[in-house]
Design a protein around this ligand. Structure first.
Ligand code: SF4
Length: 168
C-alpha cells in the first residue's frame, strides 16, 4: 500500500493522504507500506512531477519521460523506485496493491496530463504499471470496498474490520 495512504507524510508537498481503511489495515499487520519515490531517494518536500509525452508503459519502454515541474528529467529514479516496489511485492507474494490515485508513481486509474495544468487523464503511474505487468491486482483508495478487502485478509481480521467500518 502507498505509505501516504497509511498516514506517512511522504508526498511531494510534505503531507500524507491518510485513508482510515488503509491505515487500519496497515496497523493490523495486513499491509506492507511503500513509497517508491522515497525509496528512489527523493526528498520531502520535492517538486511535483508528471509523466510527459506518453503513458507509464511508454516510460518503462523508454518512449516517454517523467519530469519535475522545473523540467528536470527524473525518469530513471521513477523506474528505479517502481522496480524496488516490485521486488518487495514479489518477495512477499502480495496479492494486491492499494495505491494513491493520480500520482505519477502510484496512480491507478488517473494521472495528471503532463502539462502541469491540473488536468487528469486515464492512465497509471509508473509503479502501478510495473505491478500490473507482473500480474498483481492494483486498486486505488477510490476502489476500496469490503468484498475486496475480505478476499485479502483472514476471516478474523475481516470480522474485526466489519465491526470497525461496516461491510461497505
Ligand atoms: Fe509515495 Fe506513492 Fe504516496 Fe507519492 S503516492 S507519496 S510515491 S506512496
Amino acid at each position: 500500500m502507498s505509505s501516504c495512504l497509511a498516514g506517512f507524510k511522504v508526498r511531494y508537498n510534505g503531507t500524507s493522504a491518510q485513508n482510515d481503511v488503509i491505515s487500519w489495515l496497515a496497523s493490523h499487520g495486513q499491509a506492507i507500506t511503500v513509497c517508491p519515490e522515497i525509496m528512489a531517494g527523493f526528498a520531502i518536500p520535492r517538486p511535483a512531477a508528471e509523466i510527459v509525452g506518453g503513458n507509464a508503459q511508454n516510460v518503462l519502454d523508454g518512449m516517454a519521460r517523467v519530469r519535475e515541474n522545473n523540467g528536470k528529467d527524473v525518469t530513471a529514479s521513477y523506474i528505479s523506485g517502481a522496480r524496488m516496489v516490485l521486488k518487495i511485492a514479489l518477495k512477499n507474494k502480495v496479492q494486491a496493491a492499494f495505491l494513491k490515485e493520480n500520482s505519477p508513481s502510484c496512480g491507478v486509474n488517473n494521472v495528471y496530463s503532463g502539462n502541469f495544468d491540473g488536468h487528469l487523464l486515464l492512465g497509471t503511474g509508473v509503479t502501478a504499471c510495473i505491478l500490473k505487468n507482473a500480474g498483481i491486482q492494483v486498486y486505488s483508495e477510490t476502489d476500496l470496498d469490503y468484498i475486496k478487502i475480505k478476499s485479502f485478509v483472514s476471516p478474523d481480521i475481516a470480522a474485526e474490520f466489519a465491526a470497525e467500518f461496516g461491510s461497505f
